[in-house]
Write a protein that binds this ligand. Structure first.
Ligand SMILES: Cc1cc2nc3c(=O)[nH]c(=O)nc-3n(C[C@H](O)[C@H](O)[C@H](O)COP(=O)(O)OP(=O)(O)OC[C@H]3O[C@@H](n4cnc5c(N)ncnc54)[C@H](O)[C@@H]3O)c2cc1C
Ligand code: SF4
Length: 540
């Protein structure tokens, strides 16, 4: 995702740009499969469980992983990593042109100074070197290009953007929004998700037609991905060279000049080695992969912070409840979006048990035939049951902020290597006390919201999630104000080697509780413009 943004900005700014991608190319007309029906799948959507257990035992844990989308996830055997036996970490990866932007859930939320000032205020880790005012116009820049549908709510801690028309809430969601307003006023609000799916024609891409399984691609380019939007824009400049099947082995470093002179790659198909030279290098391989490249290259780590401070968002707290009524109502189509309850803990008052907070995502819906996919049954009674819609229920799923801690760390494994002989990572990461206190509170407040709206049969998920399981890997080459305690300056530029930029989630100094990719994209665009300014001034 961030690599696509770097390609677009750098080429549009006039630079001849080479994108090196470890995985295969993606041709939408051949590779996107969102319109295949369950009866066209040999395993009816569940996938070949034996084959998947053998090749993708980690990736299959993602909720978006299915029989057709599994081809967009990494092969775990070719790409191994290790963890301590008692501390699993789910590292979800996507090795192809477009990376995880093909399979992501497209929820996009701005950060505010509640987030950028948080470390300084709480005396945690290091201070962010930027504030909202410095990134606001880059959020605008990114949102205008990708297209974000959403509802402006005027919240200082969840700033609005130039939204496309919002998607509709369904009848039960509207009821719950109303009840929340009556009970909690502006303290706890529910809005429709802010999502990078188009609700109108936008930049030559068609509006979404609500078919549902975006994780399998989108032939109408109605959601944002690198393949659907940034790479075509970069290609249109005539200055992009995209080289798939190019596994970056390491960075080439000239100690005399203190510059990165290029990269060494291994051709994924032939296993032959090759070197490319460049004036500037942007690392956009995703937080943990970028840390792996830096550690294997032995550059940029005078602070000893590369690989440390791994963050994810803590999940699987919240609640689900049933609602009587609306039995004559059903949803038409598959809205690829849910609702959002912005953070309300530690915003205007302090919670006694934890700092920071969480937001809820979720949706209301009716159970139906889809539930039968995993339930046993046969015969007329079973079929009859499946032809009826069940009651309405509403779920709130929390996404909680994780604090950065130096001992949550990825290091190079002494012996384990990937299929191309490149040393793999050993990832040691666990939730801290504050993270777990946040997780416990999600169940309490989800129950409050559901009860206020009149729900019955309230149940809670079996959390917390396994670290990594929320797909929001961050923090392994953090930005900061001091080269002794951070890897990057306020422009995502390596303190140690000035022509090296790292603009994926590795740069994050704290994790907020909002889905983070919008911030990565904004930081990438900002860093590209800064790098080109430096080049023009002959300062790189
Ligand atoms: C199921 C799922 C749902 C998600 N939903 C959301 C959401 O709703 N909102 C949100 O904000 N975020 C979401 N995310 C996270 C989001 O996808 C990531 O934050 C985002 O894609 C990160 O962008 P990136 O550029 O850092 O990495 P990626 O998109 O993973 O791209 C990295 C690229 O680098 C390539 N690469 C890696 N190593 C090498 C190497 N050595 N040599 C060459 N190339 C290499 C990879 O093949 C890949 O193409 C979700 C993720 C998943 C998996
Ligand atoms: S739901 Fe919309 S964005 Fe998703 S695949 Fe279908 S048309 Fe594309």
């Amino acid at each position: 995702m961030t690599g696509g943004w770097a390609a677009k900005e750098l080429t549009e700014l006039g630079l001849r740009t080479l994108v090196l991608e470890a995985g295969r190319p993606i041709v939408p007309e051949q590779d996107y499969v969102e319109h295949k029906a369950p009866w066209e799948m040999p395993f009816r959507g569940l996938g070949d469980r034996r084959a998947i257990a053998a090749r993708q035992p980690t990736q299959r844990n993602s909720v978006s992983f299915d029989e057709l989308s599994h081809v967009f996830w990494t092969d775990d055997v070719d790409n191994p990593y290790s963890t301590p036996t008692d501390r699993p970490f789910h590292w979800f990866r996507a090795r192809q042109v477009g990376g995880k932007s093909i399979i992501w859930s497209r929820q996009v939320y701005r950060w505010s100074d509640l987030d950028f000032e948080a470390n300084l205020r709480d005396g945690i880790a290091v201070d962010w070197p930027i504030r909202y005012a410095e990134i606001a116009r880059w959020y605008d820049h990114v949102e205008r290009f990708i297209g974000v549908s959403g509802q402006a709510e005027g919240l200082a801690h969840l700033p609005d953007g130039p939204f496309l028309p919002p998607m509709d809430m369904n009848c039960v969601e509207r009821h719950i929004r109303q009840r929340m307003q009556e009970h909690f006023g502006r303290e706890r609000i529910m809005t429709i998700g802010r999502v990078a799916n188009l609700t109108t024609q936008h930049n030559g891409r068609a509006p979404c037609h609500y078919c549902g399984p975006c994780q399998r691609g989108c032939i109408t380019r109605s959601y944002f991905s690198s393949v659907n939007a940034t790479l075509p824009a970069a290609h249109a400049t005539g200055r992009l060279t995209l080289r798939p099947f190019s596994v970056v082995r390491g960075l080439l470093y000239d100690a005399g000049k203190n510059r990165i002179t290029g990269v060494r790659i291994i051709d994924a198909q032939t296993k032959g080695e090759r070197e490319y030279t460049a004036k500037i290098v942007f690392l956009c391989a995703s937080a943990l992969e970028s840390a792996r490249i830096l550690l294997n290259s032995r550059v940029g780590n005078s602070s000893d912070q590369v690989g440390r401070n791994i963050m994810d968002h803590i999940k699987w707290g919240g609640g689900t409840g049933d609602f009587d009524g609306w039995s004559d109502r059903r949803e038409i189509g598959e809205r690829p979006n849910g609702i959002y309850v912005p953070r309300f803990r530690n915003v205007s008052s302090r919670h006694a048990d934890f700092i920071r907070g969480y937001g809820f995502q979720g949706a209301a819906g009716r159970s139906g035939w889809g539930d039968a996919l995993r339930s046993p049954g046969i015969g007329p009674a079973f079929k009859q049951r499946l032809s009826q819609l069940g009651p309405w229920s509403m779920s709130f799923w929390g996404f909680g902020e994780m604090l950065p801690r130096a001992d949550n760390r990825a290091t190079i494994h002494p012996t384990l290597v990937d299929r191309w002989g490149i040393p793999s990572l050993h990832i040691d990461c666990r939730w801290g006390e504050n993270d777990l206190a946040i997780h416990r509170d999600m169940n309490v407040t989800a129950a409050e919201l559901l009860e206020a709206a009149g729900a019955t049969n309230i149940e809670h998920p079996n959390g917390p999630s396994t670290p990594g399981g929320t797909n929001h890997e961050m923090g392994t080459a953090r930005m900061g104000r001091d080269p002794k305690t951070s890897v990057l300056n306020g422009w995502n530029q390596s303190w140690d080697v000035p022509n090296l930029f790292v603009t994926d989630g590795a740069a994050m100094t704290s994790s907020g509780c909002q889905n983070p990719s919008l911030t990565y994209m904004a930081l990438t665009a900002r860093a590209c413009h800064h790098a080109v300014d430096l080049l023009k001034r002959h300062e790189l």
